[in-house]
Design a protein around this ligand. Structure first.
Ligand code: AMP
Ligand code: ZN
Length: 496
């Protein structure tokens, strides 16, 4: 089995940075809460999915075989994240006069398009809540059987106080049950529950409710928290490695997931490392649809939004977000995006310059210590996926490449190959930064046009019988492992 470099993860449950030791290496199970598909995703959502895209990419880069499960929430998430609101999808279906499943499809498609635009890897499994109603009913039964839930008027509620007698409700979020009790006294309209602290596992649907299924208790629908308990354990087992989501899901969503899993199986915490991505903010306030400060990726690219001075490309945004550590808040601003655009350009240009550097055999340059750079990259990522530090190490390499390129000196062939690998690995595979024209650091777009031009100049030189220039061009390209093929139709270039 491969030996993995040390990776430390800030575990939200223990509040400690812990050495990552998967339950069953080289396999890793990772579950991330997906979107509620009732509207277009905004850039804040993108940040959280990007955080876990990089986690997934880095684990895969290290050689772990990751099963990455990210769900689609298509039922049970009620307005206000409460137990009494209207289903967000049902509400949208009513407003748009569509079937709830049309809403689900429309916004799932939108979400997946956005994920592609931002170069996010697809999860291994993307299960939906409505596809797992049977399993959710089974989990409610298991929790009832173990005595941690009760039925009331066709609905089933989780008994938080009873759970807290044997376990610690609030262990993840740090909430204190006494504070919750005091706050919950202010809530009303929840008289079906024996205690306002309790949360719904199953809700009886009224006649006007659109999305409902038969169950032993009523025709109804599952509570929001239940789906993630069910789908994570169904695909990853009752104990698994990583569970992620945005910081705002810690409470109540993830706290309730822990309680449900514990009571369904009788085993303590099912997740070994809880990870939470911090929020994208605008002028210090969380970006959210309800705040009116959220813009969609489409608006971002077109620049068509009051907060945007102009449009920005998806890779610029990706780079901007990765310049912050996932656990810190990140404030959106036009200035920061414009600076990111320049930084990304420098990085991509250095990758192209590296490709073009002439090589020499057995000419190691003592300043080019790729092993040391590589170690620093791995240490940065090994320290809780510290992408800003990784980027700063990559910029040290950029400086080095630029100075070699401007000195017009040849670089040792082996050192160049190692640098190319370093960049391809960390920039393209781990950070997922690609050229906007769809190519990776290879920059086929720009360098391809330059190569076409050189081939044309050589053709002209041959017509003018300037053999010296024609040969010089061919030899110079040969040194870059690019050969010129002459045929009746003309000349073309090829990378060897
Ligand atoms: P939702 O579709 O509302 O369930 O949210 C999908 C994901 O986006 C969740 O993991 C949220 O925590 C996350 N999210 C929502 N708003 C923001 C934000 N402003 N910054 C970062 N993540 C967010
Ligand atoms: Zn979830």
């Amino acid at each position: 089995m491969a030996k993995f470099p040390p990776l430390y993860i800030q575990n939200s449950l223990t509040r400690k940075k812990e050495l990552f030791t998967p339950l069953n290496a080289p396999y890793v199970g990772m579950y991330v809460c997906g979107p509620t598909v009732y509207s277009n995703v905004h850039l804040g959502n993108v940040r959280t999915f990007l955080t876990f895209d990089v986690v997934y990419r880095y684990l895969t880069f290290l050689g772990y075989q990751v099963r990455y499960v990210r769900n689609i929430t298509d039922v049970g998430h009620l307005t206000g994240d409460s137990d009494d609101g209207e289903d967000k999808i049902g509400k949208k279906a009513r407003l748009e006069n569509l079937e709830p499943m049309e809403i689900v499809q429309k916004y799932t498609n939108d979400f997946q398009d956005v994920m592609r635009v931002f170069n996010m890897k697809s999860p291994s499994i993307e299960p939906s809540a409505t596809g797992h109603i049977v399993e959710q009913i089974e989990m409610v039964k298991a929790i009832l059987d173990r005595g941690y839930a009760y039925e009331s008027n066709g609905s089933v509620y989780f008994n938080v106080r009873k759970y807290n007698e044997d376990h610690d409700y609030g262990a993840l979020s740090g909430r204190k049950i006494d504070d919750l009790i005091n706050n919950s006294r202010l809530l009303d309209g929840q008289n079906e529950k024996s205690d306002p602290l309790d949360f719904a596992l199953w809700k009886k649907a009224d006649a006007s409710h659109l999305m409902k299924w038969p169950s032993p208790w009523s025709e109804g629908f599952p509570g929001w928290h239940l789906e993630c308990s069910v789908m994570s354990t169904k695909y990853l087992g009752t104990q698994f490695d990583i569970h992620g989501g945005g910081m705002d899901l810690k409470f109540p969503h993830h706290e309730c997931e822990i309680a449900q899993n514990t009571c369904a199986t009788g085993e303590a915490h099912s997740v070994r490392y809880w990870m939470h991505g911090n929020m994208l903010t605008v002028n210090g306030r969380k970006m959210a649809k309800s705040e009116g400060n959220g813009f969609t990726p489409e608006e971002l690219i077109s620049g068509n939004h009051a907060l945007l001075e102009r449009g920005y490309s998806p890779m610029t945004v990706r780079f901007f977000m990765l310049q912050g550590h996932y656990a810190s808040t990140l404030d959106f601003s036009n200035e920061a995006l414009q600076a990111a655009e320049k930084g990304l350009d420098r990085l991509m240009n250095a990758m192209s310059a590296l490709e073009m550097l002439p090589t020499a055999m057995d000419l190691p340059n003592p300043d080019v210590d790729v092993a040391a750079l590589s170690k620093r990259c791995s240490e940065a990522m090994g320290d809780d996926f510290n992408t800003p530090i990784l980027i700063s190490v990559l910029f040290d390499a950029v400086k080095l490449i630029n100075s070699i390129a401007s000195d017009r000196i040849a670089v040792d062939e082996t050192q160049k190959a190692a640098l190319v690998m370093l960049f391809n690995g960390y920039v393209s595979e781990v950070l997922g930064l690609v050229r906007e024209d769809g190519t990776t650091g290879e920059s086929e777009g720009e360098s391809g046009a330059l190569l076409d031009l050189l081939v044309e100049l050589r053709g002209n030189a041959k017509i003018n019988k300037d053999w010296g220039t024609a040969d010089a061009i061919r030899d110079a390209l040969g040194a870059l492992s690019i050969s010129i093929k002459d045929s009746k139709e003309g000349s073309t270039w090829e990378r060897d």
